[in-house]
Design a protein around this ligand. Structure first.
Ligand code: GTP
Length: 364
């Protein structure tokens, strides 16, 4: 079975984390998000994977290469300009000559894709769309199916009075290569908004595959933090119970004996945690970080090579690579892009988003 993963969107909702790296290279539990997706596909014996991408291609290709280090065979289909979710699949056509899987690259799920593929083949479907339930369906595209699971209607962002199902498109599809004939080459086309409705109009057999397995779209800062909370508390079967509530400390890291660490906390390799530092999980700290004495970190994700001075207060925030938060600074509910410096004594407004390379000085 072949798969194509869509990794080429604009990632505007995750800015400023995605100024210099694509969304799928954002670290989750200290490895790129895409590595989790590739591991999951490999577990389902899907080892020939095409990455459909368009912007910032270099970080992905230099990390994953030909995939051999990860036990898969990777190909790359690059768009000169983003072609949308269907145009990107069409652009990978040369790698797709049998039933294949197409996935949005920003979804973390425990969906049983082996069972989904079996169901697709058994029903002789042209397309099978994974469905996941949501609490508030009014901000999503809903998919109605009949008693046999065949798709009968697509409903974009309905009012509550129009809601007939809470099942939404989960961004994972099993497709027959014939579907590619419905997508014009080198044209921006959306699979969910254009191709699937067209297939339905043409009477092609499209089925839904409902599942209540763990599912999250990590494409916003809130969902990115939520994904960490969920993985560290054992909500996904891919990591439970190994991580659940634990304190995991990487190789060569030094933790001062007076530091107080309340899990779930994951600390990467070569970190230093100073005297009386207090870490209250969920917290993830990437490799090469230094946290000086009396600093408090709560519910935050810190990437690599970040320095936190003495008496820093960091809460509910995301700090990208190579940032430096100097002594006595306070950062709450904020997102810092890479290489940001926060001067001593600075208190950021909650909700701040700081662009890469910025130096934040105290207000005078
Ligand atoms: P936002 O700007 O934050 O909405 O993110 P996005 O541009 O990634 O859009 P969205 O989250 O809707 O995309 C869903 C998935 O499709 C993601 O994995 C994207 O990487 C991918 N994707 C979206 N548009 C394109 C595209 O034009 N080309 C490719 N190759 N992938 C795309």
């Amino acid at each position: 079975m072949q798969a194509v993963i869509l990794v080429g969107g604009q990632a505007t909702r995750l800015l400023p984390l995605t100024c210099n790296i694509p969304k799928v290279m954002v670290p989750v539990l200290n490895i790129p998000f895409l590595e989790h997706v590739i591991r999951y596909l490999k577990e389902h014996q899907i080892k020939h994977i095409t990455l459909a991408h368009s912007r910032l291609t270099q970080p992905i290709e230099s990390y994953f290469g030909d995939g051999s280090q990860f036990g898969v065979r990777l190909s790359y289909a690059v768009e000169d300009t983003p072609l949308g979710t269907a145009g990107a699949v069409k652009n990978a056509e040369r790698y797709l000559d049998e039933t294949f899987l197409a996935l949005n690259g920003d979804i973390f799920t425990d969906l049983d894709i082996t069972a989904m593929i079996a169901s697709h083949l058994e029903r002789k479907a042209k397309a099978t769309i994974a469905l996941t339930p949501v609490d508030d369906p009014t901000s999503y595209g809903l998919i109605e199916t009949n008693a046999q699971g065949r798709v009968t209607r697509f409903l974009e962002k309905p009012k509550w009075s129009q809601v007939t199902t809470n099942m939404i498109n989960a961004g994972t599809y099993v497709l027959e290569p014939e579907v590619l004939a419905y997508i014009p080459p080198q044209t921006k086309v959306s699979i969910e908004r254009e191709v699937f409705p067209l297939l339905l109009d043409q009477g092609e057999p499209i089925y839904g595959y409902p599942s209540s397995a763990y599912w999250i779209d990590m494409g916003t800062p809130e969902k990115y933090l939520q994904l960490h909370r969920d993985l560290l508390s054992g909500k996904s079967s891919q990591y439970a119970p190994a991580l659940s509530g634990e304190v995991v400390i990487g190789g060569q890291s030094r933790i001062h004996p007076t530091a107080q660490i309340k899990g779930p906390v994951m600390i990467g390799d070569n970190c230093t945690i100073g005297r009386n530092a207090r870490l209250t999980g969920p917290v993830v700290i990437g490799a090469g970080c230094t946290i000086l004495e009396d600093t408090v970190i709560e519910e935050s994700i810190i990437w690599r090579n970040v320095q936190l001075g003495q008496h820093v207060n960091l809460r509910n925030s995301i700090i990208a690579d190579n940032c430096c938060l100097n002594a006595d600074s306070t950062i709450e509910d904020s997102i810092l892009g890479d290489n940001v410096t926060v001067a001593s004594g600075c208190k950021l407004e909650p909700g701040s988003k700081i662009w890469p390379g910025t130096t934040v000085e105290p207000k005078t």
